[in-house]
Design a protein around this ligand. Structure first.
Ligand SMILES: C[S@@+](CC[C@H](N)C(=O)[O-])C[C@H]1O[C@@H](n2cnc3c(N)ncnc32)[C@H](O)[C@@H]1O
Length: 319
């Protein structure tokens, strides 16, 4: 221990914490906190108030085509993700990452392909497509289609240059403790027998890029009031993977505040916005509860770093 002894402090509502947000329009409904800020407003307006290269990590999921009805202030017909991705690139710090969780609607018998379009446009705007990850649902909804049940969504990992933080999540290794044989194939496919390395396999190995989650608890936690909540474990795992304690995490499509809750849980700062006031209220409640829980827990967040150094599995490993 002994390093990074930063503690989360309770929010101070009279304190405009983020200089980048200092120009925020007073008409916008805001919650100002020492470690987080929630805004009711269009994410394009909110990002317009941010300086370049501000955000270390975004974990978000945009409205998927017209799959869900988000309420009176959201109009799927006019929603345009192009300028949003472009602005996200501008406000993302060099080496910062955007985790973009998305799936397609099926219209007239065909999937829309919106998710792919978004990924390709993100590259046009300057992002690297660092990884195409899969969020696999443990319990997909049976929909009786003339195709296999929809069991996954994409989690595109966009990065502004090379990611500056990567703390890979681990899983128990099947080879744990066994001697390394040191054999491998060459490019021609012939087996090469290399000299014995003398080492043993470590107890853990890196996970693959398919993350499996069950959904359910979060919907209950948020009072069932939001139609498209993603798993807390998903937000948690990406926040640990792509940021460090004290970093600034953003969710432009805040919804019920899942990313914000898990950012605070892991000692990160957070900014989130949603166009619907009712959702911002749900998010505020969840995040305030988490701030209280974290204050009571009294962590200094060195545990996360220590866990990382030891190659331990994240808090929420569900696979
Ligand atoms: C897929 S949901 C996000 C759910 C969130 N990840 C959670 O776990 O609760 C998308 C959200 O984007 C919001 N939204 C739609 N257009 C928006 C915009 N232009 N600016 C900000 N929020 C917007 C919707 O109101 C909705 O709550």
């Amino acid at each position: 221990m002994g390093h990074d002894m930063r503690k989360i402090t309770p929010p101070r509502y009279d304190d405009v914490y983020f200089n980048a947000m200092a120009k925020m329009d007073n008409d916008m409904k805001t919650t100002l906190g020492n470690d987080y800020k929630l805004v009711c407003g269009d994410c394009l307006d909110v990002m317009a108030e941010m300086a370049d290269n501000t955000i270390d990590l975004t974990v978000t999921s945009p409205p998927y085509d017209n799959l869900r009805d988000y309420g009176k202030d959201f109009d799927a017909a006019v929603f345009d993700w192009h300028p949003i991705i472009k602005e996200l690139y501008r406000v993302t710090a060099v080496g910062g990452v955007v985790v973009w969780v998305v799936a397609d609607a099926t219209i007239n018998g065909s999937e829309t392909g919106t998710s792919f379009r978004q990924a390709l446009w993100a590259m046009e705007y300057g992002f690297r497509l660092h990884d195409t990850m899969i969020y696999k649902r443990q319990n997909p909804q049976p929909l009786n289609h003339n195709r296999y049940e929809q069991g996954f969504e994409y989690m595109f990992i966009f990065s502004k240059g090379k990611p500056k933080s990567f703390n890979p999540l681990k899983k128990p290794s099947k080879m744990a403790g066994k001697k390394r044989t040191g054999t491998m194939r060459n490019s021609g496919g012939d087996m090469l027998v290399k000299k014995h390395t003398g080492g043993r396999y470590s107890p853990t190995s890196m996970r693959d890029n398919v993350f499996v989650y069950a959904i359910g608890t979060e919907v209950h936690n948020a009072g069932g009031k939001h139609p498209a909540i993603f798993p807390e474990a998903l937000a948690n795992d990406h926040i640990i993977s792509w940021s460090n304690p004290g970093d600034l995490v953003f969710d432009p499509f805040l919804g019920s505040g899942t990313t914000g809750k898990m950012a605070i849980h892991n000692g990160r700062k957070f900014i989130g916005c949603d166009i619907e006031a009712d959702y911002v209220d749900i998010a505020r409640q969840r995040i305030e509860n988490e701030v209280t829980a974290v204050c009571n827990r009294g962590d200094d967040f060195t545990t996360t770093k220590t866990e990382k150094a030891n190659g331990q599995i994240a808090l929420w490993d569900m696979t």
